[in-house]
Design a binder for this molecule. Structure first.
Ligand SMILES: Nc1ncnc2c1ncn2[C@@H]1O[C@H](COP(=O)(O)OP(=O)(O)OP(=O)(O)O)[C@@H](O)[C@H]1O
Ligand SMILES: [Mg+2]
Length: 248
């Protein structure tokens, strides 16, 4: 099986501060991978690197010297030199941490904003129907102002919006952070359904036990390095990993 995503020796530094030190990982077509690790480990930076945002900062930042080294390939093509919109157009889409909707726009308008990669009305309508099938609640709230949604509903909207660009693979950063346990479970169930639709997922999650229970394979990132990787059950069963990194 060829990898859909292949990261090799990725190193990222902001000025003198090295955030990622030679990170390598891969994900196969349609696979669900979980990435766990302590606060500040570099998980968000890794996802932002994949999505081209670190490259974008490197090109635009006047404040800090952004260092980015290593290779990232997606579906057989190098993407590490590319900028976010080009990477998204190839089907690798980030659903960022704590993404807030456009508060004054309706739920439907927010979803349509996620379809910025295409102008074909039929495609957009089909995609909207798919998102409504996955999140019926978003359809029942289609005309509601997005700023009035609850935290859990806003997270569903964020994922729905990412789906509107028809991703081949989704990068989801901390979807359950700040949500009540009662809201988390249905959200994770929807993420499993997205995987069943054949979309690959790289999930970064604080809730390590849930994240690993959903995934085929997992990676543990700590202080910018992959410190453990393997089948999710094996990671969960590893005493050192559990105690040192998962807080289980
Ligand atoms: N743009 C930036 N400039 C400077 N330092 C940064 C930048 N982005 C992230 N960092 C630093 O990189 C380190 C890793 O941050 P990152 O957000 O990637 O970690 P994380 O694993 O996602 O943490 P959390 O679990 O809290 O979300 C932190 O020390 C952070 O301060
Ligand atoms: Mg983070």
């Amino acid at each position: 099986m060829t990898a859909t995503v292949e990261v090799r020796d990725l190193t990222v530094a902001y000025g003198p501060a090295f955030i990622l030190h030679g990170v390598s990982l891969n994900a196969h077509d349609g696979e669900m991978i979980s990435m766990v690790g302590p606060n500040g480990a570099g998980k968000t930076t890794l996802l932002r690197s994949l999505a081209g945002l670190v490259r974008w900062e490197q090109k635009t930042s006047r404040q800090v010297d952004v260092h980015l080294e290593g290779t990232i390939t997606f579906r057989g093509r190098r993407i590490d030199p590319l900028l976010p919109h080009t990477i998204a157009a190839q089907g690798l889409v980030l659903c960022p941490e704590r993404r807030r909707p456009f508060r004054e726009l309706s739920v439907r308008e927010n979803l349509l904003a996620g379809a910025y990669l295409t102008r074909e009305r039929r495609v957009i309508a089909d995609q909207l129907a798919d998102v409504y099938r996955l999140f019926p609640l978003l359809e029942s709230r289609a005309r509601q102002r997005a700023g009035t949604l609850s935290g859990g509903e806003q997270q569903m909207l964020a994922i729905g919006r990412a789906l509107m660009s028809r991703p081949h693979m989704l990068l989801i950063d901390e979807p359950s952070t700040g949500l009540a346990p009662l809201v988390k479970e249905p959200l994770f169930a929807r993420i499993r359904e997205i995987k069943e639709m054949g979309i690959g997922i790289l999930l970064v999650e604080q809730d390590a036990a849930t994240a690993l229970s959903m995934a085929t394979r997992g990676y543990v990132l700590s202080q910018g390095r992959i410190v453990a990787e393997g089948p999710a059950e094996a990671l969960m069963a590893d005493e050192v990993v559990r105690r040192s990194y998962l807080g289980l």
